[in-house]
Design a protein around this ligand. Structure first.
Ligand code: 26Q
Length: 749
């Protein structure tokens, strides 16, 4: 049936007469119909991508793209004066992730389905997910985020398991979200707790953390700054993997597979250590089915692969052995046996699963009892091999491999920047969709003035769209003629939003002294801080105070604006990224495992201002030195500075007047008048006395390179050429490439 007829049938009305709400429902029905017409076969071996987070974003537009009807539908609707992107706005964004790791999992699900591989995601259905960020008194406040609505994409199944944990017998319920690929539909399996009770929540931070039977699937990572919060997280992790293990076994048996050879039917990708308890849980279930312990360990080891996303010590999960022992004794028995086998074999204490402090090291368990360990960018994997996990690399060199992260081109190009995609198609045709490295063909236009001008025009259009959106959403008027300088990512000291703000403080003071930038600058931030991460929240406070100070001072705001978006999420990212010009990737070298925002921004023609960290290193290699702005200490220098404990921040403050000037301003009367003295003072003290992530040593080179960039911006033709080189070389970062690599070298499905 013709698409417009089908839509009218599903709306029960002529398109012209429909409201956006009616069209929204009609489009959902149309998607469901087309989905049900897709025929595909399953196969023998299936991938389970297990993750505590899936930051999936809205689904309507990417579903339409993957069904191949996006463009046609957009055109049909616009003939009737309707705007598909307005209609898509009606979808609530699911709130099931924090940042990079959850977004990566979602890009992966997209690529797995697009490449017609059989693989599902498995996680938890958090009713309120991650908090909704609201700004009050220039601070981050956390509100609940009830995202599940009547028209939700969730399907309730009749699959339910009981999970014994602590003193509880918990009953689960499986919900699924369809992941539509090209002629294939996979699932995101989300387990919920049947007895969960939303009524126990008063505000985001206020609920009984001990009431596991009612709270288990309410929130993503409730505050783990206290004992009860940590325990709740441990319960969540076990609940997730216990259900997952049961699902794997049931699905395998249902298609005639055998538990003795489970590894031929299922492969499990463990996304960071959050799902690591799946290893002892699978072993436990196999033993319960009559398989010997030795055999069970062997099977599970051949099934499980672990991805490491961080080298930050505080993010490497370690659980108190006694907590595991009391809440899940059946699992603890198995972990003890696994640990004993290692202790018998190796005397090196750094290899022990249960260490001398009686902590269970999840990553160590994954490495010993899985068949693959991968880092997420080349530099990151090398650091794992050479330093962090060197002891493991020595005994298991064959397990270590790199899988440089990637991004879904359907979402981050086709859906969020259709203008750019159409332009690319007009230049090099459609062939790049099956191999995004073909974007490189764009390089032949590097001296074509018409092409370069069009790139600038598309960017300008996208900047205007963002300005409109920002004004509607947050009532702020941005100047589309200014340079859009963007830092969008979780707030963390190692990502160094504070360095960006110190630069902006100096810029503000320069402007006050009459030193004006050639062109106005708009600094855009998007970031949530973990609810209990005090210094991160202080940095947000500083950004918001600076925003208020500048925006209420007309003499400055003509030249410099700060815009921090409230509740940064995937939907915001889809608006900001196509409009971005400077991509701030300024983490302390060695600390950002990969980054994926850097890839999205590059693909959309923003130029990177970055340290040689994570995947920035690979971006630099791909685009060449002339098309990226790098600065700062190298990862080797940083690692060495930590080793020798040689960094003292006070020295830099005393010796660099620009650092002193900016840092002192944090506790100036101007800012004290707008903000909270305690927070501002605490932040200044932190920088002066600690600055653990070494902002000061990189500050001078950051300032110099950023100024260079702002000045180069004025040569519009050269800038457009650099944009083109970035877009042309972004194809490597397609998650299709990443997933092909995972499948070829790890999953083999
Ligand atoms: C651990 C223990 C207790 C509570 C919470 C956690 C926790 C939660 C979330 C630890 C880590 C995370 C998230 C990590 C994350 O998002 N890492 C990012 O992963 C991206 C995808 O690989 C990389 O691109 C980023 O560099 C990395 O920071």
């Amino acid at each position: 049936m013709e698409l417009s007829k089908r839509l009218e049938k599903n709306c029960n009305k002529l398109i012209f007469d429909c409201s956006d709400e009616e069209l929204f429902v009609g489009i959902l029905k149309t998607i469901d119909e087309l989905k049900s017409e897709i025929k595909y076969s399953e196969g023998k071996k299936k991938l389970y991508y297990v993750s505590a987070e899936f930051l999936i974003g809205r689904l309507m537009e990417t579903n339409l793209i993957n069904l191949g009807i996006y463009k046609e539908l957009r055109e049909i609707l616009s003939e009737y004066g309707k705007d598909l992107s307005h209609i898509a706005e009606l979808e609530q964004e699911p709130s099931l992730g924090n940042g990079g790791l959850g977004r990566l999992a979602s890009c992966f699900l997209d690529s797995i389905a697009y490449l017609k591989l059989w693989g599902d995601g498995v996680g938890l259905l958090y009713h309120y997910g991650l908090f909704k960020q609201v700004f009050c008194d220039n601070k981050q406040c956390e509100a609940i985020n009830p995202w599940i609505s009547g028209n939700s994409v969730l399907n309730k199944t009749d699959i339910s398991y009981t999970v014994e944990v602590g003193k509880y017998t918990l009953k689960s319920r499986l919900y699924t979200i369809d992941i539509i690929g090209k002629n294939r539909i996979n699932k995101l399996n989300l387990f919920d707790l049947e007895s969960v009770d939303e009524k126990i929540v008063k505000t985001a931070a206020d609920f009984d953390k001990k009431d596991i039977e009612k709270n288990l699937t309410l929130f993503l990572y409730p505050d783990d700054s206290d004992e009860d919060g940590r325990k709740l997280r441990l319960y969540q992790e076990y609940f997730m993997v216990s259900n997952c293990a049961r699902l794997i076994i049931d699905e395998t048996l249902r298609r005639g597979g055998s538990l003795e050879r489970l590894d031929e039917y299922a492969v499990v990708q463990i996304n960071d250590t959050h799902p690591s308890l799946i290893i002892p849980e699978l072993i436990r279930l196999l033993v319960k089915e009559g398989i010997s312990m030795d055999k069970a360990v062997d099977i599970v080891e051949r099934m499980c692969a672990y991805t490491n996303h961080t080298i930050l010590a505080e993010a490497l999960e370690k659980w108190n052995a006694s907590d595991i022992e009391t809440t899940m004794p059946q699992i603890f028995e198995i972990i003890k046996e696994l640990d004993l086998l290692i202790k018998k074999k190796y005397s090196d204490k750094s290899l022990q699963i249960i260490d001398e402090n009686n902590l269970v090291n999840m990553a160590r368990m994954d490495i010993h009892y899985g068949f693959s360990v991968n880092g997420v960018a080349s530099l990151h994997t090398n650091i794992l091999k050479e330093t962090e996990l060197n002891g493991f690399y020595k005994i298991y060199p064959q397990k270590f491999n790199n899988k440089t992260n990637g991004i879904s081109m359907r979402r981050w190009l086709s859906a969020s920047n259709p203008q750019l995609e159409e332009f690319i198609v007009s230049l090099i045709g459609n062939g790049f969709r099956d191999d995004y490295e073909k974007l490189k063909e764009l390089e032949k236009y590097r001296d074509d003035e018409l092409v370069l001008n069009s790139l600038l025009e598309i960017k300008q259009e996208n900047k205007k769209i963002l300005c409109e959106y920002a004004e509607n959403k947050q009532g702020i008027k941005l100047n589309p003629q200014s340079v859009f300088d963007v830092q969008i990512k979780r707030l963390h000291e190692y990502k160094r939003q504070q360095m960006n703000v110190l630069f902006l403080i100096n810029k503000y003071l320069d402007i006050k002294e009459g030193k004006l930038p050639k062109r106005p600058i708009t600094a855009i931030f998007g970031a949530k801080a973990a609810a209990a991460y005090t210094i991160a929240k202080d940095i947000i406070h500083l950004i918001l105070c600076m925003q208020e100070l500048i925006n209420s001072d007309k003499t400055v705001s003509e030249h410099l604006q700060i815009f921090m978006v409230e509740n940064y999420n995937v939907t915001w990212a889809e608006r900001i990224i196509p409009a971005s010009e400077i991509s701030e990737q300024i983490s302390l070298a060695s600390k950002e495992a990969s980054g994926t925002g850097n890839m999205k921004l590059m693909l959309n023609g923003a130029l990177t201002l970055g340290t040689l960290d994570g995947a920035n290193v690979e971006i630099a290699n791909l685009v060449g030195e002339g098309n990226i702005y790098t600065f700062g200490k190298s990862s080797d220098e940083v690692i060495n500075a930590y080793k020798t404990n040689s960094y003292k921040s006070q020295k830099y403050y005393d010796n660099d007047p620009r650092i002193k000037r900016a840092v002192d301003f944090i506790t100036s009367n101007e800012l004290f008048a707008l903000g909270d003295k305690t927070c501002l003072k605490r932040l200044k003290d932190e920088l002066l006395n600690k600055d653990y992530f070494m902002t000061f040593p990189d500050f001078e080179s950051y300032t110099i390179v950023k100024e260079q960039m702002l000045s180069d911006y004025e040569n519009r033709k050269e800038w457009a050429k650099m944009m083109l080189m970035n877009i042309a070389n972004a194809g490597y970062f397609s998650s299709d490439r990443t997933i092909r690599e995972y499948n070829n070298s790890i999953w083999q499905i």
